[in-house]
Design a protein. Sequence first.
Length: 364
Amino acid sequence: MRDLGVYFGTFAPCHVGHLEQIIRAKRENKNALVIVSGYDDDRGDKAGMSLTNRVKAMRELLKDDENVTVVTLDETNIPRYPAGWAPWLDLLRDKITSQVEGLQLPMESVTFYVGEEEYIEPLETYFTKAFNNADVQITKVDRRITGISGTSIRENPIFNWDYVTRPFRRFFVKNILVIGTASTGKTTLVRDLARRYSTSYSLEYSREYQTTRQVRDDELDIKDLHAIGIGQFELNRKHIHSPGTRKVFFADTDVMTTKLYTKLYAPKEDYEKIAPVFDYYISLQTWALIIVLPPTTKYVDDGFRDMSMADEKARLDMHQMFLDEIKYQGLEDRMVVLKGESFQEKYEEAHRLVDEILADGKDN
């Protein structure tokens, strides 16, 4: 067994082909360094995977491997490849050296695992001199093991879903929001869709919050509404990151809903203070589709109750507030208001919309 294995890449995302090489590096060496490289606006960043987030995901993936250390190599301040070869090699040397010294790792023998033939000669020439007291070896790995590449995954992540390692899947989940006024059947729709696509879903956090704290609707103050809004955001994020989420995630409400109810029921001065906070969290959400269920009184047979004219007007007004808020947030192009007369028609319409988003990546 050799002392130190080094495997580097952009990992945008880390797929099973990468993982096979990481497993090899940690098995053939006492210790392994997995070096995640990149820069601002690189190919991963453009696909929603910043360098920092890739490093976090890689640490999560390898958290149980005591002999593996994940290292960040920020290339932002050096020229792009191939012009930046010399400074890049210097950065790589410094990163390896600092890790070896900091962790007190043995390195009488060092193995670099590379997937490109053109890397072999520069790495061997440079590190034979840089690590002149170590036996430096460059090992060419077979990139054809899985027949997949990061480019293929970025171009069609849903189709290539099973090749993506679990912590990196969150970057490709298609998030779908279902919103509507009370008694439109959105919770039932969310549950049915999640079952249909064998994935996870979130419900309204306000119910959990009020039940846990025994707070009634008419007792909610601005602190409660703030906690509900942020709690809903965190609940949705928890499910997006969940191992139970497969390709698509369904949310029954979001921070926009909390913002609108705050606008309706909180004092104006309180709303004006907290609205920017809600807007910030709304901007962090990424929805592939927003399904809006319009208010209706026609679904008595499906379990919905009749409404008085006053109730109906209030819900029509609330429905318009949803539409206005979605437009205000710049999300109108992702919104579809369902048109079906029955709940079954609405379900089938939503089903078709989700299929269109998943396109050729459907597997059920």
